[in-house]
Design a protein around this ligand. Structure first.
Ligand SMILES: [Zn+2]
Length: 493
């Protein structure tokens, strides 16, 4: 009886230790993450307004939450991931007008571009990608419900949310009503100001302003949804009144997410989201400037991918903890490429060793290092997705692996485990090890192989002059040779 209790206690404790801790913006502390349904996670992340190619700020958010999703999947959770497209708003209308095209055409073009860019960055497709314009009836019902409950009011075809009526307004962004009033009065244009009961009220529905403006019929006349309401509608429609995780950039905390809470909780009477996660900003260049159109440092992923390997960009952005500021610069990209190369070279060396005919010999030091690394990797990721510490743990394993690979007899079982683990770890960062190693075998590989074979022959014939000549020729092509007891291996610099 006693031993049984003890065993149960131990199992429970182990499970506890394995819980992920996340920093919840709502409570401003790290909390143990417990999903509503064991083993399943419901997650909503605000997507882009599709009036242009996504910039690296959008990519940062998409990559941060994809990395989080992938780690939950690594731990065995099933993740339902919903991310929207804002395909109607002022920016869309203005851009369509400037280009002489329609809002739907603009949306189609940039949704396609978004999917191309995110596929290149190995971001898993969302379980669902709802679009605001496909949800108009649900949005109208939601707004009507808020009017019926006294949380919203109509003025001349616009509908506004009565922010002060919602008791917790300001809780997420940690502001009181006075601060909010002061902030709001600075930002609202006079025309809208005059219509609202209070400066902090915000639009749920915007009446059509010009005949050529895209609009839908509603109980308040022709118009279109405001930005905040679409996320409340789409998240609760596809994930339920309460769901586990809501993500987005820090810049969305206020007013966007504050308003989402006010709208959703006023309608459902339930807690909207259990854990609010926000990713940090991106700065650009040596001086770590904030990205902005006026500074002309507004970088789109489409442009970057013309010259940067998507795996390098992906790995670089995934290797900074999601809440930290990230500095996009050539130096930092190069550093990420160097680290990826080390993983690639080690994988190739190990796979080369696994395919030779030598017998396997147990190496307790390698086995111990493998399990220590797995523990350290998971402990780091469990701690609010501390990717830097997780990477350090993997990095420290490489010399142990390399020394085993270069020894007379390798522990092939342990090396197989290493390959399996490294691939799973890299995948959390969105790096596909298959693609990483395969990118080596491009078309000119046969030429390199032939030169390496010729050099081996020259060495056997002790023709050192020719052997050196070939080495120099390969070096000029960016190929590094490594002579091992099992033969010559090559890799790209
Ligand atoms: Zn949103």
């Amino acid at each position: 009886m006693k031993s049984n209790d003890c065993r149960q206690g131990k199992t429970f404790k182990r499970k506890q230790e394995n819980l992920v801790k996340v920093f919840n913006t709502l409570t401003r502390q790290k909390e143990e993450f417990k999903p509503l349904v064991p083993g399943q996670i419901s997650m909503y992340v605000c997507g882009p307004t599709v009036y242009n190619y996504i910039h690296i700020g959008n990519a940062r958010s998409a990559i941060a939450f994809d990395t989080i999703r992938r780690y939950f999947e690594y731990k065995g959770y099933q993740v339902k991931y919903v991310s929207n497209f804002t395909d109607v708003d002022d920016k869309m209308i203005n851009e369509a007008r400037a280009e002489g095209t329609t809002v739907p055409e603009l949306a189609e073009r940039y949704i396609k571009a978004f999917l191309e860019d995110t596929t290149a960055l190995n971001i898993e497709p969302a379980t669902l990608h709802p679009r605001a314009t496909h949800e108009i009836p649900a949005i109208i019902d939601f707004v009507q419900n808020l009017i019926d409950k006294g949380y919203a009011y109509e003025v001349d075809g616009d509908v506004y949310y009565r922010a002060k009526k919602f008791a917790n307004y300001g809780q997420l962004s940690d502001q009181n009503i006075d601060q909010l009033e002061e902030g709001a009065s600075k930002h609202v244009n006079d025309e809208e100001q005059g219509r609202k009961e209070d400066p902090i009220d915000f639009a749920l529905w915007k009446g059509q302003k010009a005949p050529d403006e895209i609009a839908w019929d509603s109980p308040w006349g022709k118009g279109r949804p405001g930005w905040h309401i679409e996320c409340s509608v789409m998240s609760t429609k596809y994930l339920g009144d309460t769901f586990d995780i809501h993500g987005g950039g820090q810049d969305l905390e206020f007013p966007h997410h504050e308003n989402e809470i006010a709208q959703s909780e006023a309608k459902t009477g339930q807690k909207f989201v259990n854990y609010w996660l926000h990713n940090g900003f991106v700065t650009v260049g040596k001086d770590e400037e904030k990205m902005s159109k006026s500074l002309h440092n507004f970088v789109t992923v489409h442009d970057i991918l013309q010259k940067v390997d998507p795996q390098v960009l992906r790995f670089f952005m995934a290797s900074v903890q999601y809440r930290s500021q990230i500095n996009y610069s050539e130096e930092n990209l190069e550093q990420a490429a160097t680290i990826l190369n080390r993983f690639k070279n080690t994988l190739e060396d190990v796979e080369g060793r696994l395919s030779d005919q030598t017998a396997s010999q147990a190496d307790p030091e390698l086995t111990a290092a493998l399990s220590k690394t797995k523990e350290a990797f998971e402990a780091a990721m469990d701690d609010d997705f501390n990717v830097q510490n997780a990477l350090t743990a993997i990095y420290e394993l490489l010399p142990v692996v390399n020394s085993n690979v270069n020894s007379a007899a390798s522990d092939k079982e342990a090396l197989k485990t290493f390959v399996k683990n490294l691939k799973a770890w890299l995948l959390v960062f969105g790096v596909d090890a298959g693609r990483l190693v395969k990118s080596e075998s491009s078309e000119d590989d046969s030429e390199i192989e032939a030169l390496v074979a010729e050099r081996t022959k020259a060495r056997q014939e002790k023709n050192w002059a020719r052997s050196d000549e070939i080495r120099d020729q390969l070096q000029a092509m960016g190929i590094v040779l490594k002579d091992t007891p099992q033969g010559t291996r090559w890799s790209r610099e």
